[in-house]
Design a protein around this ligand. Structure first.
Ligand SMILES: Nc1ncnc2c1ncn2[C@@H]1O[C@H](COP(=O)(O)OP(=O)(O)OP(=O)(O)O)[C@@H](O)[C@H]1O
Ligand SMILES: [Mg+2]
Length: 249
């Protein structure tokens, strides 16, 4: 089993969209067993995937040792994909989590990834746009982190902070994936080159295009592949997933 966090402390860069589309390709195209862990109180991944959002969310699993991780587990309409849902209380979880002692912290974190070792091939964690003790603790127990990035000078300047944090936490930085890429925009092309020079093999070859197919599909609660699998955006998510498999096994 491999656990991968999708993280960038910048908001709206396509963390959730990327995690959900990759989960779909892994589960439905490659027939791997996938667990998506929604670590964000916005509940976007939960709402997209879950057949049933339990009142007991990930925040309870993370802060109360008596709560079993199965309490937050939901089936989805996809055979090979399950989801650990959060509730909006997840937004207030960090403070409570900080007050736990070290043993409780380790035990509770075990429940969201290691507990599922035998059941899933991939655990994909959708993180909120926040860098705090909770997101750091979650990142530290994953096998690696993928950083979705939208091109723009400020966004690129922020990447060093994100990659430094990942390294400080002793977790593998799998790579940055450029999202919402507009290849017709010269500025995007130049920033992409700059990133490639800076990051070397830590940038995925596949860039996800800016596309209304991706935006609309999410609004219809569909992945790009389900919505229009014959078009480029869907194919890019397949390519990206293939790269992820090559990189992490
Ligand atoms: N490639 C794309 N092309 C067009 N729109 C996109 C693309 N990727 C994501 N979006 C849209 O951008 C918005 C933000 O995407 P998403 O919610 O995945 O970002 P996020 O990083 O998870 O945000 P947050 O930081 O709030 O969790 C959504 O409306 C989504 O539909
Ligand atoms: Mg999100």
């Amino acid at each position: 089993m491999k656990s991968i966090a999708f993280f960038n402390n910048k908001g709206g860069v396509s963390k959730t969209t990327t995690a959900l589309n990759v989960a779909y390709i892994l589960g439905q195209v490659y027939k791997r067993k996938v667990l998506v862990v929604d670590c964000d109180g916005q509940q976007n991944a939960s709402r997209f995937l879950a057949d049933n959002i339990s009142e007991i969310g990930l925040e309870s699993v993370l802060t109360d040792y008596t709560i079993s991780p199965e309490s937050a587990l939901s089936e989805t309409r996809y055979d090979n994909i399950n989801v650990l849902t959060s509730t909006s209380e997840m937004n207030r979880c960090t403070e409570k989590f900080q007050q736990l002692d070290d043993t409780e912290i380790i035990n509770n974190l075990t429940k969201i990834i290691r507990f599922w070792e035998e059941k899933y091939d991939y655990v994909l964690l959708d993180l909120p746009p926040a860098l705090n003790s909770l997101t750091e603790a979650i990142i530290s127990i994953t096998d690696g982190v993928i950083v979705p990035v939208e091109l723009g000078t400020f966004a690129i300047q922020g990447i060093a902070k994100v990659t430094d944090t990942i390294t400080k936490l002793n977790t593998a930085f799998i790579g940055c994936v450029i999202t919402k890429y507009d290849r017709k925009n010269k500025a995007d092309e130049e920033l992409k080159k700059l990133l490639e020079n800076n990051l070397g093999d830590k940038i995925f070859n596949t860039a996800i295009p800016y596309s209304n197919i991706i935006r609309n599909s999410m609004n219809y609660k569909l992945t790009a592949y389900e919505y229009m699998h014959w078009l480029n955006p869907a194919k890019k998510f397949v390519e990206l997933t293939e790269e992820i498999i090559r990189k992490v096994g």
